[in-house]
Write a protein that binds this ligand. Structure first.
Ligand SMILES: Cc1ncc(COP(=O)(O)O)c(C=O)c1O
Length: 426
């Protein structure tokens, strides 16, 4: 039998260490909320391939749609010939997005989506500046690296300085940054670094993903909308991680009752097949000249077909409602864990729909981050059979990203394993 170790040994020789793998495992197969490694061990999946399999691994409808498309044609390039699945996907998303008159374009990765949103905003405004937030994660290409609001280990070893990109502290009151502090910092950026008339876009994740699942406060988002309206800046809500029913709405932006100018999307859209995109106000989306946008693989037909099936599944299986149910169950257990005196100390517990996270702290009742405990808990959870991901500006957050279709018994089982891990590491 192939062992995990034999694959990891080959990986170490063949693949650079720059792509880190969170677990010492190699996957053999996966089904909805479960994964089996090459040694036949089963795991409950609370990672969903980093927020991709909201509809579960290998959802039968998504697989059937991809297979049916593969029987017709695979790649032709949308830039060579148009095809209906791309057009239909754009039509469906334009109708779903919280934007009155929308157009959509497709790419492959989340970084491409955020990068193109900025490109479109720059073409529309004719301005260079971009404002993002501390703790933000927008990707690993050179521009999106600059936009990402955490230097280590993303922006090290020769990454260029963030020319034209300015970071504002993201409001997290229990870590000492209030909404007022953030707005004051933004005013300072406008004074000291770049005038608002030179800013093309303010880019913000409605709920930070890699940054730690911190939600943008309602008033703060509305204030950003006002500021963008005042100065003609595009408000870009990065929905790459928070989109597609994860937060209990199709898009997390819908929690705010604002209309964004542009929304990068990716991850869960394809249900495991690579596709990303930008949805935006039609007049802004049309700013780039023909030929200025695109990419050979953008909007791959098999991925478009899978994405159309994902949208059907979200609707037919009521996954927005299910996200709230899954999230409520997670939050209730996490609050119990926090109250317990026998488990590892937990600080803030938070969640919007099924985008749920908690912080590990040095002392019960405090907020001082404990990154070592965070590593210990994810590792103990893996030993128990649960795949978990950490994240966070302070590296002390564990995020629970179960598929929204997870069997409720498997959800309980995963939460029991988490409790065991918190007990063992206390
Ligand atoms: C909010 C957000 N934007 C952009 C990205 C980049 O996506 P990708 O890794 O597909 O390039 C991510 C990835 O985690 C993300 O969470």
């Amino acid at each position: 039998m192939t062992s995990n170790q034999s694959i990891l040994d080959r990986r170490a020789k063949a693949i650079p260490r720059g792509i880190a793998t969170a677990s010492p495992l190699a996957v053999a197969r996966a089904e909805n909320g479960e994964i089996w490694d090459v040694e036949g061990r089963r795991f409950v999946d609370f990672a969903s391939g980093i927020a991709v399999t909201n509809t579960g691994h290998r959802h039968p409808k998504v697989m059937a749609a991809a297979q049916a498309q593969a029987e017709k044609f695979g790649h032709v390039a949308f830039q060579v010939m148009a095809y209906e699945p791309y057009v239909e996907l754009a039509e469906r998303l334009n109708a779903l997005a919280p934007i009155a008159d929308a157009k959509s374009i497709f790419f492959t990765t989340g970084a491409e989506a955020t990068e193109n949103a900025v490109k479109i905003a720059r073409a529309h405004t004719g301005r260079p500046g971009v404002i993002t937030f501390t703790g933000a994660f927008h990707g690993r290409t050179q521009l999106t690296l600059a936009m990402t609001g955490k230097a280590a280990s993303y922006r090290t070893k020769g990454a260029p300085p963030s020319i034209g990109v300015f970071h504002v502290p993201f409001p997290i009151p229990h870590h000492g940054v209030t909404e007022e502090d953030s707005l004051r910092a933004l005013a300072h950026v406008f004074k000291a670094d770049v005038t608002p008339q030179e800013v093309a876009a303010i880019v913000i994740e409605p709920v930070q993903g890699e940054g730690g699942f911190y939600q943008v406060p309602t008033n703060f988002m509305r204030k950003l909308r006002e500021i963008c309206d005042t100065y003609g800046i595009c408000l870009v809500t990065d929905e790459v991680q928070s989109g597609f029913a994860r937060t209990g709405r199709m898009f997390a932006t819908e929690h705010y009752d604002i209309e964004p100018d542009l929304m990068p999307i990716a991850k869960a859209l394809g249900g495991g097949f690579p596709i990303s995109g930008v949805i935006g106000k039609a007049e802004i989306m049309d700013a780039a000249d023909p030929g200025g946008l695109g990419g050979t693989y953008g909007g791959n037909p098999i991925s478009c077909a899978a994405a159309l099936a994902v949208l059907d599944v979200i609707e037919e299986e009521g996954l927005c409602r299910r996200a709230d149910e899954v999230g409520a169950k997670m939050l209730s257990r996490l609050h119990d864990f926090r109250r317990s005196n026998t488990l590892r100390p937990i600080g803030d517990v938070r969640g919007l729909g099924a985008m749920v996270a908690f912080e590990l702290v040095k002392e019960r009742g405090g907020h001082e981050p404990d990154p070592d405990a965070t590593k210990a808990v994810t590792s103990a959870a893996l030993d128990a059979g649960l795949i978990l991901l950490s994240c966070g500006y302070y590296a002390n957050t564990i995020r629970l990203l179960a598929p929204l279709t997870i069997d409720m018994g498997h959800l309980d089982e995963g939460l029991d394993m988490l409790e065991d891990a918190l007990t063992q590491t206390s």
